[in-house]
Design a protein around this ligand. Structure first.
Ligand code: AMP
Length: 420
């Protein structure tokens, strides 16, 4: 127990975190190019927020939340997704009273009690954006383009963008009626979950993975076929803007997304090569969510990308992070006296923003040089008794195998020039 991490979680060791840092930097650059500012919200919230914000009939709320009573007997939930928290903060800080739209992004861990498998974890990370305050189809296109741009910048090209419109509170009830009528005589063929969905939220039957339900639903009236005039126009405009931006997509009338809060535009980006978990990004418009969470009638749109799945995809596609190799110094010494001087020099190098390290294991000089190789040092500085007396140090270029002496008093300037 003590040496085993909880099921569905990951440790990211330094070789991994280097990739995470690289990815996060790409995300930050991208968001800055698109005018989105970072928001950091707590990793836990009052349970009520997710029940209200994600939806009572969703898998997340029904089955997957990490919920507990804290010591003050308050029901707390580890956030299963980011949107509800961002909406809460948008309201709490009255951000809606500032110039709109509000464009924000987040990167952080999410928690879902699901059956772990490759690409599905109990703690995973999402990058998401939310844009509040505008119903303009152009912002739908902007949000979709932002997601596609990230994947393109990372070098992924075999992407399938699926989009759809799930209508609004005007047209959804009409669709609901038609769908229920269509399924009325086949209720016994639906799985148990979908029979419940039939009563509470039949639209979600489109999300069901069961073959029988899929077979049944495939010829059902789609929500897209019931769109009201305004929703139809909105969707057409989103498509037109994407066309003019040269973004390829496929209209997928079965794409309703698992969360209750979506209205109008929904979209997913799928990638090849990661098997069953092929959706890497999911998002959509949520024009009634802010109001549903107790705020004014303000529309919004956003998406979330799973970062574990994204890194996995990059790996499978053979895309390596283009992380520039930083140059490092290793300071080797031969005795207690030279060690004191070496410690001072390492400290001085570091104070001058030069990456430097030394041995703390009592290694012999030969072993120190071997260790420097292991650390991938670009240069090794060797401080022997004689060198110390002469006020010099030997600098060895580890790649070329060449070495020469440098005066200690010039060392910092010399090293600075070397790494330029
Ligand atoms: P969702 O919030 O369910 O729309 O998911 C958005 C994205 O987050 C998905 O496309 C996945 O890339 C990722 N994701 C969702 N659930 C998990 C999970 N349990 N483990 C890893 N990634 C996930």
């Amino acid at each position: 127990m003590l040496t085993k991490r909880p099921r569905g979680t990951n440790d990211f060791l330094p070789d991994d975190t280097i990739k995470w840092q690289w990815l996060e930097e790409k995300i930050r650059d991208l968001c800055s190019d698109f005018g989105y500012g970072e928001i950091r919200t707590p990793t836990f919230e009052h349970t009520e927020l997710f029940i209200r914000g994600v939806g009572e009939t969703t898998d997340i709320v029904e089955k997957e939340m990490y919920t507990f009573l804290d010591k003050g007997e308050r029901s707390i939930t580890l956030r299963p997704e980011g949107t509800a928290s961002v909406v809460r903060a948008f309201l709490e800080h009255k951000i809606y009273s500032k110039a709109q739209p509000t464009k924000m992004y987040y990167v952080g861990p999410m928690y879902r009690y699901d059956r772990p498998q490759a690409g599905r974890y109990r703690q995973f990370h999402q990058f998401g954006v939310e844009a509040f305050g505008s119903i303009d189809p152009a912002i739908d296109a902007e949000v979709i383009t932002l997601a596609m741009e990230l994947l393109n910048r990372l070098g992924l090209d075999q992407l399938a963008l699926h989009i759809n419109s799930v209508g609004c509170p005007e047209c959804r009830p009409i669709h609901k009626q038609e769908l229920k009528k269509y399924l009325e005589d086949s209720l016994d063929k639906l799985c148990d979950t979908c029979r419940q969905r039939y009563e509470k939220n039949p639209l979600r039957i489109f999300d069901c993975k069961s073959k029988e339900c899929q077979e049944l639903i495939k010829d059902a009236p789609s929500v897209t076929s019931c769109l009201c005039e305004e929703c139809r126009q909105h969707f057409d405009q989103v498509c037109n803007i994407l066309n003019s931006l040269g973004v390829s997509y496929e209209v997928d009338e079965g794409l309703v997304r698992g969360l209750d809060y979506y209205t109008r535009t929904t979209f997913e980006i799928l990638v090849e090569g990661i098997g069953a978990q092929s959706a890497i990004c999911g998002g959509g418009r949520y024009d009634k969510l802010v109001e549903q969470c107790g705020g004014p009638d303000i529309p919004g749109i956003g998406f979330a990308i799973g970062l574990e799945r994204l890194l996995m995809t990059l790996d499978i596609h053979g895309i390596k992070p283009d992380i520039p190799k930083s140059k490092k110094f290793f300071m080797a010494y031969v005795s207690d006296e030279t060690k004191i001087e070496a410690t001072k020099l390492v400290n001085e190098l570091r104070q001058n923003r030069l990456a430097a390290d030394m041995d703390y294991m009592g290694r012999s000089l030969k072993a120190q040089l071997k260790y420097a190789d292991k650390l991938d040092a670009t240069y090794t500085l060797i401080l022997g008794e004689e060198e110390l007396q002469k006020g010099k140090v030997t600098l060895r270029d580890m790649l070329k195998g060449e070495q020469h002496e440098v005066m200690l008093e010039n060392l910092i300037d010399y090293c600075k020039k070397l790494i330029k």
